[in-house]
Design a protein. Structure first.
Length: 380
């Protein structure tokens, strides 16, 4: 009798739980779709840790493929997340709302989402893959989610769009922070791995609309360079920059020796080493009190010829640290012959976003008014 009663109590709790889940699901209004996943890019290697001549796979990349019931667009969107992140960035928001994947599926697009090699659901292999590092919670709060409380750059005070207070203890922040992952320290190593794995993916699924964010901004230029016919447009949300140097947060060390990338891209006339790129400072886009020096090429600028046919959009929010230097990245692209458009969200009436704009309160407004309208305009 006792057992039966407690069984009934348990059932009741389950029912209550499922009612709670259903009511939060009804807010989601997800898009009916089919999901598949697969891995691509793996190699085999015999490491000191493996036994009897057997091997382990490494360099593989997790790919998630989402197909809405009603596909009405000719090209899929391939979404690549930034440093410390995984593909979950685009699935739904940390406060449980519809994410960009659902939004674009509801607009008829097939979606591909990846976890970068050596990150998240893509294996990091001891003794093969390089060192990893983590973002700590204060870094995430001060740079992404609660920038207005830290004021590390002047525009940070304008930030209003993160749901919740953006610091540890807030359930939305905690949910987001828990989704961040150890990442390869070396952007060069990451670039080499992404170029190979995403290159193979593009050979299988291309052409695509490529959406990049932050760290993956440089992969956009690398992939456009290596697979120009398979990328019809690049949408770069606050791509890593500026050219040749780290900015805003000391130490302002040199970086991205090929201009916007850690690994070579094709220039015309060709270069045999990064030192062939002659640079000069653009004073109007530099400001030492903001911690940024803008470099472009001395005239005549070598052209990034493989990107010349790829319409490119750079999107910058109002209150991210990228607002200080994305114009310099755009200037570098334009000077190198890339057909680039820069949308600063504040100039199109979208205020108060920081670096994680797509998961902020008005994220779907950015998806619709900026990204979708760009795709429609560019792809006809
Ligand atoms: C390796 O091979 C030896 C000899 O055949 C065998 O005794 C041992 O169990 C093997 N080890 C593993 C991990 O398979
Ligand atoms: C698919 O989408 C198109 C364009 O939005 C619409 O006209 C059509 O009715 C949709 N079909 C189904 C089965 O929902
Ligand atoms: C953020 O919200 C959490 C949960 O309500 C609270 O514990 C924390 O003190 C808040 N932090 C700030 C800086 O407001
Ligand atoms: C540099 O940035 C600071 C802080 O925003 C501003 O006060 C100053 O006018 C800027 N200097 C130039 C030369 O633009």
């Amino acid at each position: 009798m006792f057992n039966t009663l407690s069984g009934a109590g348990f059932l009741f709790t389950l029912l209550q739980l499922s009612i709670t889940c259903i009511s939060s699901q009804t807010q989601l209004e997800g898009t009916l779709h089919r999901r598949n996943y697969f891995y691509i890019g793996e190699k085999y290697d015999n490491t000191p840790g493996t036994n009897n001549g057997s091997e382990i796979a490494f360099a593989q990349m997790y790919v998630e493929h989402l197909v809405p019931a009603n596909v009405t667009r000719p090209l899929p969107i391939l979404m690549i997340h930034g440093h410390g992140m995984t593909g979950t960035n685009f699935l739904n928001t940390p406060d449980g709302k519809l994410g960009w994947a659902d939004y674009f599926m509801s607009e008829g697009f097939e979606i591909y989402i990846i976890d970068q090699p050596s990150r998240g659901r893509s294996a990091w292999q001891m003794d093969i893959d390089g060192d990893q590092s983590d973002f700590d919670a204060t870094y995430i709060s001060s740079h992404f989610t609660a920038v207005e409380q830290f004021n590390l750059w002047p525009q940070a005070v304008l930030h209003t769009q993160w749901p919740g207070n953006g610091t540890a203890g807030d359930p939305i922040f905690d949910n987001f922070y828990a989704s961040t992952m150890p990442s390869l320290v070396s952007d060069k190593e990451s670039s080499i791995k992404v170029k190979k794995a995403v290159g193979e993916l593009l050979d299988n699924i291309g052409p695509v609309v490529l959406l990049t964010h932050s760290q993956s901004g440089q992969y956009g230029w690398i992939l456009g360079d290596s697979r120009p016919s398979l990328i019809k447009t690049i949408i770069a949300l606050e791509p890593i920059g500026p050219p040749f140097i780290n900015a805003v947060f000391p130490p302002l060390t040199s970086a991205r020796p090929f201009g916007l990338t850690e690994i070579p891209v094709v220039y015309s006339p060709p270069i045999s080493s990064p030192s062939d790129l002659e640079t000069e400072i653009v004073p109007s886009l530099s400001n030492s009190s903001l911690g940024t020096t803008c470099f472009h090429q001395a005239a005549p600028a070598r052209q990034m010829i493989n990107l010349k046919e790829i319409p490119t959009l750079v999107v910058t929010s109002e209150s991210s640290y990228h607002t200080i230097y994305d114009a310099c990245t755009v200037e570098y692209l334009a000077q190198a012959g890339v057909p680039v458009t820069h949308v600063q969200l504040a100039n199109v009436g979208i205020k108060g976003n920081a670096h994680m704009m797509f998961m902020e309160k008005n994220g779907l407004e950015i998806a619709e008014k900026v990204v979708l309208s760009w795709i429609q305009k560019t792809m006809q």
